[in-house]
Design a protein around this ligand. Sequence first.
Ligand code: ADP
Ligand code: MG
Length: 620
Amino acid sequence: MALLQIAEPGQSTAPHEHRLAVGIDLGTTNSLVASVLSGKAVTLPDAVGEHLLPSVVRYTEQGVVVGEAARATLASDPLNTIASIKRLMGRAAEDIKTLGEQFPYQLVEGNAATPRIQTIQGVLTPVEISAEMLKVLAQRAVETLGGDLTGVVITVPAYFDDAQRQATKDAARLAGLHVFRLLNEPTAAAVAYGLDRGADGVHAIYDLGGGTFDISILRLHNGVFEVMSTGGDSALGGDDFDHVIVEWALLQFSFGDVKPALPLIRELLMQARAAKEALADSAQAVLRLNDQEIALSRDTFNQLIDPLIRKTLTACRRALRDAGLRVDDIKEVVMVGGSTRTLRVREKVGEFFATTPLVDIDPDRVVAIGAALQANALAGNESENAMLLLDVNPLSLGIETMGGLVEKIIPRNTTIPVARAQEFTTYKDGQTAMALHVLQGERELAADCRSLARFELRGIPPMVAGAARIRVTFSVDADGLLQVEAEEQSHGVKADIEIKPSYGLSEGEITQMLQASIEHAGEDMQTRKLAEQQVDAARVIEALNAALADDGDQLLNAAERQIIEGALTHLQQTAAEVRDADQLKVAITELEQTCDFYVERRMNTRIRQAMAGHNVNEFQ
Ligand code: ADP
Ligand code: MG
């Protein structure tokens, strides 16, 4: 709806009716709120001038504390101080166990869908905890700007799935905010640089944070901004820079006979991080440990991190390939995330894309600034330049078909919102229900994809196999939420489902799923061909059995029947044993040939029956 409002010229408001709208970067570590003031998007500071709100919430007997004051008690009050809650948004309690991460706070055991955390203020969910941060940011905006908030744009990682997006929206609703829409973080960064106002072209958003790397390829075309592909590495970031420095430093310092203990490594990690950040401005940094000092030159640092930077460029190459583009198709490269302050990163990224990357906007604030610009437009404060942002679905969506295969309905990297339909049919004569299994992933077999939901279409009028036409429509809205509808075409029986999967996927899992689909591509193709032949064999066997039961006794003598049944058994065995699609295909053809005379006889009988009582001339 909101997207339409901005496209309607009549809907724009007069300048004096400026509606208050903000963009919120709800981050794992830090969050920010930004707004457009006198035509310029700026992040809003708190009372003491801080722009970044640490994403930490503390529950006390008196109430809730958010931000720096909460972060200060992470160590002293770990049970009531919750950090990095973004990682639990939209995830199931079950999944938390498999994250393999330790949480300092107390997760409540039980079979609730969402993880719940025990605090002094009672049991709380990630949605409730996130809502506290949103309330503080919204309050900051109201106090700074005055007036009521019309609505907000909240950014989410491009890889957030339906459940994670839904959870983010729920948190906003709980905080009493009207969400114009969610916006992918890289898309927001592109908007911050005003790329949406420039000439048509393709841009790359390179986001290297502390623990993750994301690359997004965006295209501006006819005033429409579209995400063509996304990619990255969920386990690669500035923290890895720190690690390689520590490994190097351990070889430089002398420890005598004693092995460096954990507290020392921790100290060294902090030194490494400080040195790395200092190297953004100076050619050399010093690491100090006890009474020793070693110098880290920028050259050495560059050598240490080059392999890590190369990994990010590999992901860039893949994202380009997904978008069907080459390096020289990219016009601008936007740098996002604290680690893009490292000069070597800028240099290598510039070399790769053969262009100087955009670094003018603070890489920590660029996402919030873009969100603010988008919120301002959606609030109706922009009369011209209606802006429509399209995103992309990161993994293919499809349904399971006979033989455990997946039919992809919306391929991965399709721009959204999107609706696609495909027709399916029944497998058996007289089939009146159809089981629909909705899947997400790139593999050919349903078992290798992620199951999103199952539902049934009932009340299909009985027809022969293959006669029913069932139209299955997948629609993904602007926020990436999926709706699936199945409709039988002749009688209009319908069933539908809205997918809010009970658990989410991490970026790492998505990367893994994509990786697996590449690794198994050849093998999957074989499996698919085999499964198709198996479905075919089952269909032939089923039809032949039905025919034999129907008129086998009348049309076949004992010897003929034996031949056919022998061939039938042979195909059944082959289908059960053979793992080679071609071999199975041969067996199917053999059975069909063996049965040719029987099929012909059946047809003749039908014709004879049809003609009975009619004049031959009627048929000419
Ligand atoms: P995230 O998105 O993961 O929360 P950020 O975008 O805030 O992370 O980036 C955090 C990372 O940026 C950390 O690894 C930090 O050391 C790094 N960083 C911050 N400032 C600098 C700098 N001046 N030079 C290099 N790295 C920096
Ligand atoms: Mg970030």
